[in-house]
Write a protein that binds this ligand. Structure first.
Ligand SMILES: [Zn+2]
Length: 297
């Protein structure tokens, strides 16, 4: 990899969708997230960028958008998404590094990043990339793992956890797994030129015992009410934010879509099985419906 980008958490070959979501007892989290997304997403839009789309668990929830780009670092995750969503012109599959997005500036009017920042060792850099490809008034729905959650606070007070949940720096509790302080995230978003429009807290009842003894629909119901408290304080393990670009940039009206992640040139030549960059001679593969911008072929 070039440009010295931070390390990437790679789900290549992972059965994450099956083991974590389908059979992992996470129906409560999944349904609570669906409610939060519905509350945060615009009713309609033109082109959405789903960062870290994985196997497309959330993609069918972006109903208002005409077209959706599913971006993930793992090609096998995108293949699973293709199977799940079926062939459609509505979806564009792109394997790429979040730190080196292969799109021209201000291309999208919407972006989501759900359960992804969690794996970013350089969160401000990743958020900056998102800002760069969003057009004027573009909506960004971001989820992050909250270090200031009640469980972490109690553990800290009881002396069972060394790191403080009250300080602004991210905590890496397992390699390439980070929790963030809400104030740090809000600060980064504002510095980048986003207005924060809405904050929801999600998964308040993420506790094994509760999930076993209380019916999922009851937990989801109470979570959906508690989500609104996110406007005032954030003590749940998961936080959702709707941020909107505020600066007066003009929309990208030219016909370019991709750009070379190596040199930034947008004038890529379509060679059917790959896109060629005439400037730096990189070749970006297009195979079985997936664009691959991770490594030049
Ligand atoms: Zn190039």
């Amino acid at each position: 990899m070039t440009n010295n980008t931070p390390p990437v958490c790679n789900y290549e070959g992972s059965d994450y969708q099956t083991s974590f979501w389908d059979q992992g007892g996470r129906q409560y989290e999944d349904r609570s997230e669906a409610i939060a997304l519905k509350r945060l997403l615009p009713k309609s839009g033109r082109l959405m960028l789903e960062l870290g789309a994985g196997a497309g668990r959330n993609t069918p929830r972006y109903t208002g958008y005409e077209r959706i780009v599913l971006l993930d670092y793992s090609r096998t995750q995108l293949e699973q998404a293709q199977q799940r969503l079926g062939a459609s012109d509505k979806y564009i599959y792109v394997a790429a590094d979040v730190y080196r997005l292969p799109f021209v500036d201000h291309l999208f009017d919407g972006a989501t990043m759900i359960r992804v920042l969690h794996h970013m060792s350089d969160a401000p850099k990743a958020l900056g990339q998102v800002k760069q490809v969003l057009g004027p008034g573009g909506t960004f729905v971001l989820e992050f793992a909250n270090k200031l959650n009640i469980k972490a606070i109690l553990r800290y007070w009881l002396g069972r956890q060394k790191w403080s949940p009250f300080t602004l720096e991210p905590v890496e509790f397992v390699e390439l797994n980070f929790d963030f302080h809400p104030k740090a995230i809000f600060g980064w978003l504002k510095d980048l030129g986003f207005n924060i429009e809405k904050v929801l807290t999600v998964s308040h009842f993420r506790m094994g015992l509760l999930k076993r003894i209380v019916p999922t629909s009851i937990l989801v119901f109470f979570d959906s009410i508690f989500q609104w408290t996110g406007a005032w304080f954030q003590l749940a393990p998961s936080v959702f934010v709707r941020a909107v670009t505020r600066d007066a940039i003009s929309r990208n009206d030219n016909s370019f879509f991709f750009k070379c992640p190596e040199c930034g040139n947008a004038n890529l030549v379509d060679k059917i099985n790959y896109l060629e960059c005439p400037n730096c001679k990189s070749k970006w593969e297009f195979k079985d419906g997936i664009y691959d911008f991770r490594k030049s072929i």
